[in-house]
Design a protein around this ligand. Structure first.
Ligand SMILES: [Zn+2]
Length: 319
């Protein structure tokens, strides 16, 4: 029998543990949301328990697994299997996550950053099938990316390559990034910055036509609300989405100049903003790239769905 892959998507809100066939289909999965209060060791024990559970309910044994892949929402020191830092979970500063989990199993354990895992998922099973090189950019509450070069994840010396969210696209920007710098792509165009943008546009005198509740405060502004705004042609929402799309366009233009990739795949929750957003991103990119595109470049949406993190983590075993 072909061995089964086990993928662990350790997210800031959900933890999914699943069994995945080598062709990317899911055999079974367990998703929980009560892992966030746990410390590092308890998290390792919880993951161990969930992996054993999903194996046993499917009448499998650990020896039926090819191994276990973990996607982590933060910086990872890949060669040592350490998590370096994360803003999505408490703790995990320089924590040996890979080896801690490894001690509970006899099959190999791989640990990587979640965006790398998702990029590899697109490469193996999604919009990047058939390409040797691709860049995957995820645009959600934050912005991250994964680089696949010559059919392998490119990680850099530490394992943190592909942090395009922290490339600076506007040094005079009003928006400060979580890293402390001004005008990072993330600060200018990610979900977390939408409340600040909404406030700024309102202060500049643009009037929203969105129905705001009596107890409205700007912290309630999120991608869903802005999408509703787009649907009713709200000037504030349109202006925000235009700005965000232009910055993403600049970001992928920079990526294009560095890597000259055949395909750039865009994923993450903010892609749900729809066609207006996606078309604006592409038009900004083509405006900047001018006549410097000598071979076709595809800019496409991710094909991955909600389980991309988990499938990608499992796919790390196929690298
Ligand atoms: Zn930054």
């Amino acid at each position: 029998m072909e061995k089964i892959l086990c993928g662990v998507d350790l997210g800031g809100t959900k933890l999914s543990v699943g069994l995945v066939y080598p062709d990317g289909r899911i055999l079974d999965k367990i998703t929980v949301f009560d892992h966030t209060g746990k410390n590092e060791d308890s998290t390792v024990n919880y993951i161990t328990e969930l992996v054993r559970q999903v194996i046993s309910v499917n009448n499998l044994r650990e020896s039926d697994l090819e191994g276990i892949g973990i996607g982590f929402p933060g910086h990872v020191r890949y060669r040592d299997g350490y998590t370096i830092t994360t803003s999505n979970l408490a703790g995990f500063k320089n924590f040996p996550l890979r080896d801690s989990l490894s001690r509970n199993f006899s099959v190999p354990v791989r640990l990587d950053n979640d965006a790398n895992a998702q990029a590899f998922c697109e490469f193996k099973f999604g919009a990047g099938r058939g390409y040797d090189d691709l860049i995957f950019l995820t645009i959600s509450s934050g912005i991250g990316a994964g680089i696949v070069l010559d059919r392998k994840i490119y990680r850099g010396i530490t394992g943190t390559a592909g942090e395009f969210g922290h490339t600076i696209v506007d040094p005079h920007s009003d928006y400060l990034c979580t890293c402390g710098n001004r005008g990072c792509l993330m600060a200018c165009a990610c979900g977390l910055t939408l409340p600040q943008m909404f406030k700024k546009k309102t202060e500049e005198g643009i009037k929203t036509t969105l129905p705001l509740k009596d107890d409205f405060d700007f912290s309630q502004v999120d991608g869903k609300m802005i999408k509703q705004g787009l649907e009713i042609n709200d000037p504030v929402s349109r202006s925000i989405v235009t700005d965000c799309a232009d910055y993403i366009g600049i970001g992928i233009y920079n990526i294009f100049q560095v890597f000259n990739p055949p395909i750039i795949i865009l994923g993450g929750g903010l892609m749900n903003l729809g066609e207006f957003y996606f078309i604006r991103i592409k038009s900004k990119f083509y405006e900047l790239a001018r006549d410097m595109i000598y071979d076709p470049i595809e800019i496409v949406r991710s094909e991955a769905e909600a389980d991309a993190g988990m499938i990608g983590a499992a796919a790390l075993l196929l690298e």
